[in-house]
Design a protein around this ligand. Structure first.
Ligand code: GLV
Ligand code: GLV
Length: 335
């Protein structure tokens, strides 16, 4: 085989088999976070790599690497990649957009419904053997979802998939995004653009679907939480660091925000201890895109990107989801 690749984590065997038809594959057998030194060493002798969100690829990791041609991220978000540094080094970077839109949108609704209707805490209470004396008429009272106004902060393709589901719940949709959607898409999503502050004030429930970057760090902090309705549920399926988790824990404890459904955390896998104490927070370990079909599709897309970048397979030379097309041309001559 003319190329060798590294896969930083366990992956579906059929995807690894597919890769192995074209390239030499070295795949890790266990899931763990690699240090910069480990990444530098692993990437030194391969032509490409499939990596996960916990692997941070920056200029330090690729410094002096003359061989590496492609980094394929196993995620749509790529805040773990320093794309300008990869571009400067002539290394292609790819992600896994679109294949996860619908599955991720489903999960945003799962968190909203679970947090509003207290599914997780009710189940903990039941499993602990507390349920005696029949159905409790005036206990476990939650918040309605249907008919309320849904707010969506960040209206990319996942935000739009969330918005389309709101119709079935009879929910008007307000959104805020740096750029307004084209009118036909606004109409299809039945969503109206508003300023961020207005969104925070008017949303009965709010979903966060922003990419993480320096501008979006703590996009929801103390000030923003104070604008929200005390009956609102806040859902984050995007990235840790978009919410100031310490400030959210205070708001949830004081009832200034009713409940939260959180799939991502600042500094995950660590979760702010104050959040773990709260019954009105539904917490999950970054699983929004984790249906079997979608995770397999993401792995397959990452493999297709990697192979195409190395000149193999049906898309040879044209990775389907290239993040830095400006590298193109440059990498052909790289030896
Ligand atoms: C998951 O968080 C992703 O970005 O795909
Ligand atoms: C967020 O990650 C999006 O792509 O909308």
């Amino acid at each position: 085989k003319s190329h060798n690749v590294w896969v930083s984590r366990p992956l579906f065997p059929e995807v690894l088999d597919h890769l192995a038809q074209y390239v030499g594959v070295q795949a890790e057998a266990t899931e763990r976070k690699h240090t910069a030194a480990e990444l530098r060493e692993k990437l030194a002798n391969v032509d490409g790599a499939i990596i996960g969100l916990s692997d941070r690829i920056d200029s330090d990791v690729i410094a002096g690497n003359r061989r590496l041609r492609v980094i394929a991220n196993l995620a749509v978000g790529y805040n773990n990649l320093d794309v300008p540094a990869l571009t400067a080094a002539g290394i292609l970077a790819t992600n896994t957009p679109d294949v996860l839109n619908e599955t991720t949108a489903d999960y945003a609704w799962a968190l909203l419904l679970a947090a509003a209707r207290r599914v997780s805490s009710a189940e903990r209470w039941l499993r602990a053997g507390n349920w005696r004396g029949g159905m409790r008429f005036d206990d476990w009272l939650g918040l309605d979802v249907y008919g309320k106004t849904l707010g969506i902060l960040g209206m990319g393709r996942i935000g739009q998939a969330i918005a389309r589901r709101a119709y079935g719940f009879g929910m008007p949709v307000l959104y805020h995004n740096r750029s307004r959607l084209p009118e036909d898409i606004e109409r299809e999503c039945r969503a109206a653009w508003v300023e961020k502050d207005e969104l925070l004030k008017r949303a009965d429930h709010l979903m966060l679907v922003l990419p993480y970057n320096a501008q979006n760090h703590h996009a929801i902090g103390k000030v923003e939480l104070a604008l929200m309705k005390p009956t609102a549920v806040l859902v984050n399926i995007a990235r840790g660091g978009i919410i100031d988790d310490a400030a959210l824990a205070v708001a949830l404890r004081e009832g200034r925000v009713a409940a939260a459904g959180l799939d991502v955390f600042e500094g995950e896998p660590a979760v702010h201890p104050a959040l773990r104490e709260l019954d009105n927070a539904v917490l999950s370990p970054h699983i929004a895109s984790a249906s079997a079909d979608t995770r397999r599709a993401m792995a397959q897309l990452a493999a297709d990107n990697l192979l195409a970048a190395l000149g193999h397979g049906p898309d040879a030379g044209h990775p389907p989801s290239l993040l830095n097309p400006e590298v193109r041309g440059g990498h052909e001559t790289k030896t």
